[in-house]
Ligand binder design. Structure first.
Ligand code: SF4
Length: 81
């Protein structure tokens, strides 16, 4: 697997537990007991899988950012708690 320096963000308030991310990049994403996403080891998945997983989130709860700050996938903004 090619190393990468992507950063991954998850807005757990938006996540509704569809689980698509955990299927696309199981080495990084999982669901907790509340059925909301947990971001684990970002380096354990290749860049393509991370971008694919975030782009496929139906809640747009996931963001993937390059080291230079450019967004590969930008999550939607949730309203403040
Ligand atoms: S794909 Fe999106 S909604 Fe589904 S578990 Fe992952 S973050 Fe949550």
């Amino acid at each position: 697997m090619k190393p990468h320096s992507l950063r991954v963000f998850a807005d757990r308030r938006l996540c509704f537990g569809a689980g698509a991310c955990a299927v696309a990049a199981p080495a990084t994403f999982s669901l907790d007991g509340d059925n909301r996403v947990v971001v684990g080891d970002v380096g354990a998945s290749d860049a393509e899988s991370l971008v694919f997983a975030a782009a496929g989130c139906p809640a747009r709860a996931l963001g993937v950012q390059a080291a230079d700050g450019a967004w590969h996938v930008e999550a939607q903004r949730s309203s403040p708690p």
